[in-house]
Design a protein around this ligand. Structure first.
Ligand code: ADP
Ligand code: F6P
Length: 322
């Protein structure tokens, strides 16, 4: 009997539960045994594995968070840590390991594969910072959550003629910020990818005020190297408008996965098991043009970030910003 393990790693993201459920259900169709590794690579090192059955995952498909739990595991960044994880896979006679996570988790997965483990990876991070795939699980839900939050906040800002400076997540990249900015019609968008400065934001806000906009919205990516409080201070001082600043934070990572995240999570889970039944491994699954595909795991880092500069420019054109 084939025996596989699945773990979720890094920051949890909506869709991880749906994907684990699908993996277990699909595996049972093929008579494959599934072990869930609790707490990502930390649990792997500590041999914290539990058998997953259709019954044990029956109610998790529509839940946010992560039923298996996640962790950041510094020890796994050392060769000794990876070796410990590999030995646990051998001890438990795991034939294939499925890793659901983001950029860092993929590096851990590659290290394991280099020791001889048979690994498949599924993109799961709200940041969408794995550039070989159009989408990662959680991104769509996180964008939806941030948009809903800003739609609420803007009502009270408009009632008070205040400007809003709002920070959205994305540890190293501005994909959430760009999508949220476009959807809410941000009057200024600050992302690392185009090196937006505080002076740029002030200039955008001034232009919007001159056009009669009373409550400009500034969306700031977490990845820029200044704080929203610095932005607020500069805008208030230089534009003469009262502002409020807020970090949306973990609201983005909580709550039920969107239908899109659930749909991709289900497709990833089904495809991963189908690949295992065909003895395909050391591959990364992804989405391109709404289709699931896979590529060699070792090649995922050969692709550059395709930050959508056209969309960024179109948002600026929408407000006729210089
Ligand atoms: P994400 O996977 O969401 O990007 P992290 O960057 O925190 O989240 O990575 C998750 C975990 O992956 C880390 O805590 C660590 O255990 C492992 N990891 C990250 N980078 C490496 C690396 N270079 N080598 C081995 N393991 C790594
Ligand atoms: O990687 C996803 C993410 O939510 C980032 O957007 C954010 O910077 C980070 O995780 C927060 O991590 P933690 O949950 O460890 O505070």
């Amino acid at each position: 009997m084939i025996k596989i393990a699945v773990l979720c790693s890094g920051g949890d993201s909506q869709g991880m539960n749906t994907c684990v459920q699908t993996i277990v259900n699909m595996a049972s169709v093929h008579g494959i045994m599934v072990m869930g590794v609790r707490r990502g690579f930390q649990g792997l090192i500590e041999d914290d594995l539990v058998e997953l059955t259709r019954e044990s995952v029956e109610h998790i498909g529509n839940l946010g968070g992560c039923f298996l739990k996640v962790s950041r595991c510094p020890e796994f960044k050392t060769p000794e840590g990876v070796k410990k994880g590999y030995d646990v896979l051998l001890k438990n006679r795991i034939d294939y390991l499925i890793v659901i996570g983001g950029d860092g988790s993929y590096r851990g997965a590659i290290e394991l594969s280099e020791l001889g483990a048979k690994v498949l990876t599924i993109p799961g991070t709200i940041d969408n910072d794995l550039f070989y795939t159009d989408r990662s699980l959680g991104f769509d839900t996180a964008v939806n959550n941030a948009v809903r939050a800003i739609d609420n906040i803007r009502q009270t800002m408009e009632a008070n003629n205040r400007g809003l400076i709002v920070e959205v997540m994305g540890r190293n990249c501005g994909h959430i910020a760009l999508n949220v900015g476009v959807i809410v019609g941000a009057h200024s968008l600050a992302v690392r990818e185009v090196n937006t400065t505080i002076e740029d934001i002030v200039s955008d806000v001034k232009q919007c005020l001159q056009k009669g906009i009373l409550s400009p919205i500034v969306v700031v990516s977490e990845a820029v190297d200044y704080s929203i409080d610095e932005v607020k201070k500069a805008v208030e001082e230089k534009c003469g408008i009262e502002c409020r600043s807020t970090v949306i934070g973990y609201l983005q990572r909580g709550g039920e996965p969107s239908v899109l995240d659930r749909l991709f999570a289900i497709q990833f889970g089904i495809n991963a098991i189908e690949l295992i039944t065909k003895s395909v491994y050391n591959v990364a699954l992804g989405v391109r043009n709404n289709n699931i595909f896979y590529m060699k795991l070792e090649d995922v880092y050969n692709l550059d970030d395709e930050f959508n500069k056209l969309l960024y420019r179109q948002l600026r054109n929408l407000h006729n910003l210089k």
